[in-house]
Design a protein around this ligand. Sequence first.
Ligand SMILES: Nc1ncnc2c1ncn2[C@@H]1O[C@H](COP(=O)(O)OP(=O)(O)OP(=O)(O)O)[C@@H](O)[C@H]1O
Ligand SMILES: Nc1ncnc2c1ncn2[C@@H]1O[C@H](COP(=O)(O)OP(=O)(O)OP(=O)(O)O)[C@@H](O)[C@H]1O
Ligand SMILES: [Mg+2]
Ligand SMILES: [Mg+2]
Lengths: 262, 262
Amino acid sequence: MMVLAIAAEKGGVGKTTTAVNLAAYLADRVGKVLLVDMDSQGQAGMFLGFTTEGEDRAGMYEMLVFSDPLDPTYRPADELITLNVRDGLDLIPNNPRIAQAELEIAGREDRHMILAERLKEVSDRYQLVIIDVGPTVNLASLLALYAADAVIVPVAPGAATRAGVEGLRTRLRAMRDRLGYAPALMGVLATMIDRRERLSRNLVPDLQEAYGPTYAGHIRRNVHLAEAPERGLTIFEYKPRSPGAIDYMALGDWVAERAELV
Amino acid sequence: MMVLAIAAEKGGVGKTTTAVNLAAYLADRVGKVLLVDMDSQGQAGMFLGFTTEGEDRAGMYEMLVFSDPLDPTYRPADELITLNVRDGLDLIPNNPRIAQAELEIAGREDRHMILAERLKEVSDRYQLVIIDVGPTVNLASLLALYAADAVIVPVAPGAATRAGVEGLRTRLRAMRDRLGYAPALMGVLATMIDRRERLSRNLVPDLQEAYGPTYAGHIRRNVHLAEAPERGLTIFEYKPRSPGAIDYMALGDWVAERAELV
Ligand SMILES: Nc1ncnc2c1ncn2[C@@H]1O[C@H](COP(=O)(O)OP(=O)(O)OP(=O)(O)O)[C@@H](O)[C@H]1O
Ligand SMILES: Nc1ncnc2c1ncn2[C@@H]1O[C@H](COP(=O)(O)OP(=O)(O)OP(=O)(O)O)[C@@H](O)[C@H]1O
Ligand SMILES: [Mg+2]
Ligand SMILES: [Mg+2]
């Protein structure tokens, strides 16, 4: 099982769009995939048509808080997963209660390892786990990075793009120093690329030069990628021949090869 | 003195762009303005050409941690402000150390009031304080909302836009219940509006209908707004006759009137 985190310290760069469409595409191709939402907004579920309103749906809060096998409140991980949100794709949904979970686990010595341990419980069921990491430096994103084998960083044209990637790399180095582990940087992905705009035209060669083989390609700005989530559909269900669908298929192939999943 | 928070639970919707350009425009018109960066990225300073590399520049970490007047480490608020980043505009910069500050103040009974108390220390110097609030539900954003008299919520076209505003309103209601105070919703601002796209065309009437007099107007998608921060310039310095500059001037006038600053 390979655990891949989609993380960026900048907001609105396409983390959730990438996590959801990558998971949906690879679920058909490489076997069973688990999509993990580590953002308190619960957007990954919403993009697939699951609302977080149904507070009674178990998810990340239970995963983190009822995670100690020696405690009577323990609940096995496989009970807390929403099965078959799409063919071959399961989901751990999230909602704002995760902020409460952070407080409840803050005192545990092993808190940074909790998600990694929970994913180990189900490692025989999935080829790939994809984690949508929220934009903030907090305990939830630390758990996600500690559980991940590798990271993909989406970068959109605009202010301080390179600082976003370097900020994450600095964070990974600090993790390695303090906790003895950090995921590898698998790829830097240019998103929302519109060839008509100078910022987009500059970003692609900038990233290629700075990151070489770690450059994962680019996703064109495509309004269908923004419309699909409103209908709770992946880009492949909504507009399978759109530039967005084509670009995320190319990314999926690039990831499958790098992760030696095919 | 009026304290206005620019907040949205969704990332990348134009919070920092709005905070910086609104502060710069109003600093000329209504008197002295203080821009407060409550986001660990430190983007507000970067948009104005101040990098967070100079770790030795005092800012939000010191504001929060050395804030107890009875403690020998106390440092007065006016010492920690970067003066005259533009005519009539001062700045409290931020950097990732704020995550550390959150841990250091987590045990204090009055932690949610710390920023509000610090701003009171300088209330005789400023007509207006504008706070750029990061996209997450965390202690830093709670302090920002508790210190604010009113909130403007930027909303960009795309997935779950209305849920973003309603999520914030729910949070304000919960604050009122638990802490006995919450800021008023001054305005909902549509951002990145491109008339050629259906999602943009739908968003404006949607918001007008849902929020009536609280609808603050819209900012057109304008590439100059994305280019200006790369040069450390406000939109007024970079392209004063661009659609971005015109739209932010209109917003500034709307805010000045509502806040009775003129
Ligand atoms: N390539 C693209 N072309 C056009 N729109 C896009 C593209 N990628 C994402 N979007 C839209 O941009 C907005 C932001 O994308 P998304 O929510 O995936 O970003 P995010 O990084 O997950 O944001 P957050 O920081 O809030 O978690 C959404 O409305 C999405 O539909
Ligand atoms: N009206 C606009 N037209 C075009 N680009 C814009 C507009 N407003 C903001 N941008 C660009 O979009 C990107 C996101 O904007 P900004 O950083 O202000 O959002 P934010 O909500 O502060 O993000 P975060 O959640 O990371 O704090 C930036 O690159 C910015 O330059
Ligand atoms: Mg997201
Ligand atoms: Mg910002």
